[in-house]
Design a protein around this ligand. Structure first.
Ligand code: 6PG
Length: 239
């Protein structure tokens, strides 16, 4: 796989660079087939990046939104990844609700995982092919809700997985599996803050790292890594 494109700057630079990349990537699929399929995460990226994405001059009818992962709470809960996206992206941009395919995580998770798999296959084919997967990174190197050392992180067969023991609260979650994330046409990874520096340095320098962030970096065909200066400490010396 080609080396990931790594860009470093402050929060405003990261939000702008992500928005530019997103718009560039959306252009060709929208012209060719009138839809662009993206999966989005939760976490701080909603505050730092969704407002800039919401300002893009796109026809939001031509995007299909999925989630990389969701916490097992109702959609109006303050921990809901759906709620974060709705408040910071969909409502300000006027994204039609029919274009947002949320993970239903407030009901039986196994049943929700099965129905999400069916929906992903209907929209994205089999193997599931997203156009764009946006990912945050945990200080332990997790992406989506694939946590280091948990069986889900190593699952190569699944499409959507249920996590019952997430080390990051809440414990119960739904998540896309690694093969789906890694198969996206473009993977954008955003990491900000000093707590992320060690896992970012490891992921970019150790080719046998088993961290989920390292594995998606190695496997995805076209990766953009956006780091603030704190998260990038150690990147130059390790590359
Ligand atoms: C979630 C996420 C998760 C998140 C990272 C980074 O629901 O918690 O989707 O993968 O993106 O934990 O979160 P922060 O940017 O808040 O550290």
């Amino acid at each position: 796989m080609p080396a990931p494109e790594v860009r470093i700057g402050d929060a405003a630079f990261i939000a702008g660079a992500l928005a530019t990349d997103f718009a560039n990537e959306a252009h060709a699929p929208i012209v060719a087939r009138q839809h662009f399929r993206i999966a989005i995460p939760g976490g701080s990226i909603a505050d730092t990046c969704f407002p800039a994405l919401a300002k893009l001059p796109l026809d939001w009818n031509e995007l299909e939104f999925f989630w990389t992962d969701e916490r097992a709470v109702p959609p109006e809960h303050e921990d809901s990844n759906y709620r974060a996206a709705k408040e910071r992206w969909f409502d300000p941009a006027g994204v039609p609700p029919a274009r947002t395919h949320r993970m239903i995580a407030e009901r039986d998770l196994d049943e929700s995982a099965r129905s999400y798999i069916g929906m992903l296959i209907r929209w994205c084919g089999l193997p599931v092919k997203l156009d764009y997967a946006l990912l945050g990174v945990g200080p332990d190197g997790h992406v989506a809700s694939l946590f280091p050392g948990r069986p889900n992180a190593a699952n190569e067969q699944a499409i959507v997985l249920v996590e019952h023991e997430s080390p990051k609260p809440p414990a119960e979650r739904l998540t896309l599996a690694m093969p789906v994330l890694a198969n996206a046409g473009r993977v954008a990874i955003v990491a900000m803050g000093a707590a992320k520096a060690p896992v970012i340095a490891e992921a970019l320098s150790q080719h046998d790292s088993s961290l989920p962030v390292a594995r998606v970096l190695r496997r995805a065909a076209r990766v953009l890594v956006l780091l603030d200066n704190e998260a990038a400490t150690g990147v130059n010396s390790s590359r």
